[in-house]
Ligand binder design. Structure first.
Ligand SMILES: Cc1cc2nc3c(=O)[nH]c(=O)nc-3n(C[C@H](O)[C@H](O)[C@H](O)COP(=O)(O)O)c2cc1C
Length: 158
């Protein structure tokens, strides 16, 4: 099995839940991206987070304690923000060279499924996209079914 890393950002735990299931199923390493500056709570998080996502901001993130060159396969997980991927994930893919890696993308979203798989291959450089999957807020819409589905998918990806 290729050595795999699951790297993700999660504000409210949904993407973390999916990431942890992937890592547990295939024995991958896991790393959570965190921004240096936190978003405010309440409704403001939608305004500021949505603005950051749409305007392609790359906020500073805390140091990544994994060496990407150690991995052949990278799972990247993000919540959908204003139809885009989370700014911390943008920082990650701009900072780390994914060339030659197999990349699998997972995301969590609210109602707008049609915009869910919005991390375009063109933003990822010269990697190979192994697959994609998305979930509608798994913590609220059937955790067990989502866990089962993502575990099956993860096995297929490696
Ligand atoms: C700033 C912000 C913007 C969002 N924009 C969208 C959106 O455009 N479409 C959507 O379906 N859900 C949107 N959501 C909902 C999240 O994608 C959804 O709740 C997701 O499951 C959160 O993942 P997390 O718990 O890992 O943070 C948004 C949430 C936030 C905080």
């Amino acid at each position: 099995m290729p050595k795999a890393l699951v790297v993700y950002y999660s504000l409210e735990g949904n993407t973390r839940f999916i990431a942890e299931n992937i890592a547990a199923e295939i024995g991958a390493d896991i790393f959570e991206l965190k921004t240096k500056k936190q978003l405010p709570g309440g409704f403001l998080k939608y305004i500021i987070g949505g603005f950051q996502a749409v305007s392609k901001k790359t906020p500073e993130i805390l140091p990544i304690e994994k060496k990407l060159e150690d991995y052949e396969m990278v799972f990247i997980g993000t919540p959908v923000w204003a139809g885009k991927y989370a700014p911390a994930v943008r920082t990650f893919i701009k900072t780390f060279n994914l060339e030659g890696k197999n990349v699998a993308i997972f995301c969590c979203h609210g109602d707008s499924k049609e915009r869910a798989l919005s991390l375009p291959a063109s933003d990822l450089g010269k990697c190979k996209i192994a697959g994609r999957i998305d979930f509608q807020q798994p913590l609220d819409h059937g955790k067990d079914a989502a866990a089962k589905e993502v575990r099956q998918w993860a096995k297929k990806m490696v």
